[in-house]
Design a protein around this ligand. Structure first.
Ligand SMILES: Nc1ncnc2c1ncn2[C@@H]1O[C@H](COP(=O)(O)OP(=O)(O)OP(=O)(O)O)[C@@H](O)[C@H]1O
Ligand SMILES: [Mg+2]
Length: 348
């Protein structure tokens, strides 16, 4: 078997705060290969962004406590572990081999410089060319992400772009150096549905063209269904289920994933078009519960029996081809309650 482009192993990230140590990521393992898309989903605060910032090497090493490894296998060079490599080596990778599209383009685009100048700057960081050549490269990148009249629009300032156009500009900036891995953290949440679909379509087209690996972080299971090959479901800073996208939608095995699926608004409307949320609160990341982090909200704790869910952290175990699940229920019971839950829901 060949080595995947990105291999994350037992990644942990904690932040000391006046209230205590925030255990944001508690041992996450996954890999992504070229041409593949991994979606990371889960409720607010479960550690998705902290994971992606660790992959990018963007945490402040003097503050964050990071362990585990994030190995990037760049062609023709020794593998680099973002967690332990010298910061200078990480900087060379970042923006070039791996790059990130952030949620809010306004906070990442500088208001005082033209969009083209900012994309050109990203190119100049990694290429020894003249400003003019870099600007020409920026115009090409803007055209590639579907900005019309890219040559003249490149001279515009961010506030002269619509929200969708700014998001495209962000993508151009992330892709101008033709990275092998792109991390998109909620790249469409600020956009209306039509523009969201365009942006996702664009990422897919660019992936076909360049064979990039993509990690997409999203709350939107519709986006997941559209773009992901595999899905990692996070809860309390851990992966609680990971599987090929079809399995996640049709054979979920972790009660938390079942809850997420049940919270998709039904297309056939009915009375309840609002997003139904899973009752209860996510766990505190400062005082992580012992046992299964989902136990307080899980409807099936009694089916496991004893106090296992309360006392023993379930391992992430194989539950089918490429399917991993962290739950004490046995596989037959998991599949049965999932089928019941999906039937009740009637949507899937
Ligand atoms: N620099 C930091 N210092 C202290 N705590 C932090 C820091 N960054 C994140 N956290 C905490 O770590 C946990 C995970 O945060 P993270 O941003 O990864 O969540 P998320 O899954 O991306 O959520 P969302 O969907 O809202 O973006 C949260 O409890 C958050 O408050
Ligand atoms: Mg986030």
């Amino acid at each position: 078997m060949s080595t995947p482009y990105l291999q994350v192993t037992d990644l942990k990230v904690a932040f000391p705060t006046p209230d205590g140590l925030v255990n944001a990521v508690n041992g996450v393992t996954f890999s992504v290969d070229k041409g593949q898309t991994l979606a990371i989903v889960g409720e607010s605060g479960c550690g998705k962004s902290v994971t992606s910032l660790a992959v990018m090497g963007l945490h402040n090493r003097r503050v964050a406590q990071i362990s585990g490894s994030v190995v990037v296998n760049v062609a023709d060079q020794a593998p680099i572990d973002i967690v332990s490599a010298p910061e200078d080596d990480v900087r060379v990778l970042r923006g070039r081999a791996i790059s990130m599209i952030f949620q809010d383009p306004m906070s990442s685009l500088h208001p005082y410089y033209s969009v083209g100048a900012q994309v050109a700057e990203a190119y100049l960081l990694h290429h020894d060319v003249s400003k003019e050549e870099a600007f020409a490269e920026a115009v090409r990148a803007l055209a590639r992400v579907g900005i019309p009249e890219a040559e003249s629009r490149a001279k515009n300032f961010p506030h002269e772009f619509s929200g969708g156009m700014r998001q495209r500009a962000m993508i151009a900036m992330a892709l101008v150096n033709e990275p092998t891995l792109v991390i998109a953290d909620e790249p469409t949440t600020a956009l209306d549905v039509t523009v969201q679909a365009q942006i996702i379509g664009l990422l897919r087209d660019l992936q076909k063209e360049f064979g990039m690996a993509i990690i997409i972080i999203t709350h939107d299971l519709g986006v997941v269904a559209d773009i992901a090959d595999d899905v990692a479901v996070m809860y309390g800073g851990r992966i609680v289920e990971q599987a090929p996208v079809r399995d996640v939608f049709y054979r979920p095995q972790m009660p938390y994933t079942m809850g997420l699926l049940a919270s998709i608004p039904r297309l056939d409307g009915g009375h309840d078009e609002r997003l139904r949320t899973i009752p209860g609160q996510p766990p505190s990341m400062i005082n992580l519960p012992t046992g299964c982090a989902f136990k307080a909200r899980c409807p099936y704790v009694e089916l496991v029996g004893g106090d296992r869910c309360a006392s023993e952290l379930p391992n992430l175990v194989a539950a089918g081809d490429g399917h991993l699940v962290r739950c004490h229920l046995d596989e037959d019971t998991r599949l049965r309650v999932a089928a019941e839950a999906l039937n009740r829901q009637g949507a899937m």
